[in-house]
Design a protein around this ligand. Sequence first.
Ligand code: HXC
Length: 297
Amino acid sequence: MDSPFKQDALKGKVALITGGGSGIGFEISRQFGKHGASIAIMGRRQHVLDSAVSALTSLGIPATGFVGDVRKQEDARRVVESTFQHYGRIDILVNAAAGNFLASAEDLSSNGFRTVLDIDAVGTFTMCREALVYLKKGGPGRNSSSGGLILNISATLHYTASWYQVHVSAAKAAVDATTRNLALEWGTDYDIRVNGIAPGPIGDTPGMSKLVPDEIISKARDYMPLYKLGEKWDIAMASVYLASDAGKYINGTILPVDGGLWLSRPRHLPKDAVKQLSRVVEKKSRNTPVGVPKSKL
Ligand code: HXC
């Protein structure tokens, strides 16, 4: 689908995207590039980075890849510094790297819980912390009045609760808390906007194929408000919006992009039955004198 945004919406910007070699992270990289940004992607697997970089460059997008694990502070520092050395500035950090698997709470080891917290929550904070010097107003490659942007990809599953996802819910809740707190501190001190995007079920991603079997999805459609899965494009367009000047006054927001799914619950009455029932109940209550005990009616 074509983008509704101007092709130069991110012209001159440099974006570092963790987990940018595949899934949602790659689509964000591609769309940022198509809107004028230069791209650095960070990931653990060299061959995934290589094919992502070659796909981006074949579209005419300046792109480079750096191997690294967001759980390792030295990797985070090296990749951030290498990005700066390569492009001379960093304007946008997207934290899209994440770990996930299904496990019931009673079968999950503390190390399994910790591993996902380490990737999603600690990894996000570490990347933000390492990038701070380059993103703050007056930092290397920046002028003294405008800071950069951080975009953290989380989820909606911790808004309520999710089966077999205690580790991921805890991790994403921590990511959202980090987003809001950094928005407060770094927005105030350094003019850095920090926002989040909370994707719902997005088709054709590693997360979906790992977590939600196809047969479950077709059943779930009965209670999905928009009755469809999202696309990676939806997340990328929300990212372009927040990263562009259109988002210049948006700070500390976590934007759910899930078609309203997190609000949904099973319909307890068919729509026609509501009309009938509601009229009957209204009539009854109008004809019932106030204060008359039920037993006397
Ligand atoms: C129970 C498991 C497990 C499983 C791992 N563990 N897989 N426990 N069920 N299926 C436990 C291990 O037993 C171990 O604990 C601990 O977790 C660490 O496992 P390792 O395999 O050593 O970790 P590692 O090799 O670092 O791999 C990390 C990973 C892996 C998270 C487990 O799946 C991964 O690297 N994933 C990255 C890619 C990915 O998942 N992308 C999808 C993101 S989608 P013990 O106690 O045995 O030592 C996404 C969507 C979120 O995030 C939103 C959802 C709606």
